[in-house]
Design a protein around this ligand. Structure first.
Ligand SMILES: [Zn+2]
Ligand SMILES: [Zn+2]
Length: 133
């Protein structure tokens, strides 16, 4: 059976943690981000489990709409110039507390996201020591 890993992320601009202890998803702290759609803006909470796509938000989301993500602390844009390989929307990039980064697609309903480590062996080791038990 596949084991889910809970990610702990921070803003690549200000370095503040994006984890929210009050809004739990699947029993874990969620990842809190601000979002802006064509019609409204607000807060979204993403499940911190890698490869889990659960989220809660009060912002009405249209399926297949590309959303702009910003940091709730410094308000800087988290969308990058990197394009999603699946749907060509901008990828959103967050830093992992353990080092490396996680990227996810900014389009609603697109499930493309991945974790990239700068130094795979040591980062993975740290990652499993921190989150694997
Ligand atoms: Zn920030
Ligand atoms: Zn995509």
């Amino acid at each position: 059976m596949k084991k889910y890993i809970s990610l702990s992320v921070k803003c690549p601009h200000c370095g503040k943690s994006l984890m929210d202890d009050e809004e739990l998803l699947n029993g874990k702290s969620s990842i809190k981000l601000n979002i802006q759609t064509n019609s409204s803006r607000g807060v979204i909470y993403l499940c911190s489990y890698y490869e889990c796509f659960d989220y809660t938000t009060e912002v009405p989301l249209t399926e297949k709409e590309a959303v702009e993500f910003t940091c709730p602390h410094c308000n800087k844009e988290l969308n990058t110039k990197e394009e999603c390989r699946v749907c060509h929307a901008p990828m959103v990039s967050l830093l992992l507390q353990t080092g490396g980064k996680v990227s996810l697609c900014s389009r609603t309903g697109c499930s493309n996201h991945y974790v990239a480590f700068e130094d795979l062996s040591t980062e993975l080791q740290k990652f499993y020591e921190t989150f694997g038990s």
